[in-house]
Design a protein around this ligand. Structure first.
Ligand SMILES: [Zn+2]
Length: 296
């Protein structure tokens, strides 16, 4: 993996996930660490080639692919870890991610792979909206919750490190049901980013963009397509049936268990959102939980 520079102080390591390396003189802050020790090792090598030493790790949220490199890096660097409150609990007890995906029960072994179950990491500080000064840089932290229950993006120089608050265009094309856990918050967070003035945006997955507003519109359109498909599918059916029907509408083929449960989580997030919006009703009938459209 080759390091790319986005501004005077911001580099990133392209990969399945984009981790950022903020540098000032001889020091660095790592923003997300990838899914495992291999990505952690790549980040260590990247820091060595930039002749900087990490002095802090920031995790934007608790999905395994964003903090799984922590454990390896913390073996080499004795540094504090910053993460959002709530997400910190999962980073410290990673089994919680497959547990919640399997509805709270002991997870299927298929859900305990490196994409969904990372090595645990300590968390020293909770992130809070506003300024955070590290290595002489003024980081501006933005609460962009919704993709995960708590999620932060960062502004450094004229770069927005959006993490998974925004997906790159290639990712949107590939995953018509973009992952989100609190859809109302996810939409509001994307809208909020319209006020940000930057020249470059680094999404958590996909290529950096020079056109933030276009990227936001692309993401909002994808949320709306997903919402419409799930609303259309909600004809007095269960979550699983609505997942099946919305996959048919969006031409999605779920061919492994992690993807099935991730998408079922997204469908449940949209169903709850649409009910909050007054568009769907929920009824427990003959021991089945059924979602139906409310006639307007
Ligand atoms: Zn994520």
């Amino acid at each position: 993996m080759a390091i790319e520079q986005l501004s005077e102080h911001v580099y990133y390591l392209p990969g399945g996930v984009n981790a950022a390396i903020l540098v000032n003189e001889k020091e660095a802050v790592l923003v997300d660490t990838g899914g495992d020790k291999n990505y952690g090792r790549e980040l260590k090598r990247a820091c060595e080639s930039l002749a900087v030493t990490p002095v802090a790790i920031i995790n934007t949220h608790s999905h395994a692919d964003h903090y799984g490199g922590n454990e390896y890096l913390l073996k080499h660097y004795d540094v504090p870890v910053y993460a959002p409150e709530f997400e910190a609990s999962i980073i410290q007890s990673p089994l919680l991610e497959p547990v919640y995906l399997f509805g709270g029960a002991r997870p299927l072994p298929e859900l305990m792979n490196k994409w969904l179950l990372a090595k645990p990491s300590k968390v020293d500080h909770f992130l809070a909206q506003g300024k955070l000064e590290l290595i002489g840089l003024n980081l501006d932290l933005l609460d962009t919750s919704g993709h995960a229950h708590r999620h932060f993006s960062l502004l450094v120089d004229d770069v927005l490190i959006a993490a998974d608050a925004l997906f790159g265009s290639s990712v949107i094309d590939k995953y018509p049901l973009p992952f989100g856990q609190d859809i109302g918050a996810q939409i509001a967070s994307a809208q909020k980013l319209k006020d940000v003035k930057v020249t470059t945006t680094l999404p958590g997955h996909g290529n950096p963009s020079r056109q933030l507003l276009d990227l936001i519109d692309l993401n909002l359109a994808a949320f709306e397509r997903a919402s419409n498909a799930i609303f259309t599918a909600a004809q007095g059916l269960s979550s699983e049936e609505i997942l099946q029907e919305s996959c048919r509408i969006l031409a999605i083929e779920l061919n492994d268990l992690p993807r099935y449960f991730l998408n079922l989580c997204v469908v449940n997030a949209y169903l709850n959102y649409l009910r909050t919006e007054g568009k769907l009703s929920l009824e427990l009938k003959n021991n089945r939980l059924l979602w139906a459209q409310i006639a307007s």
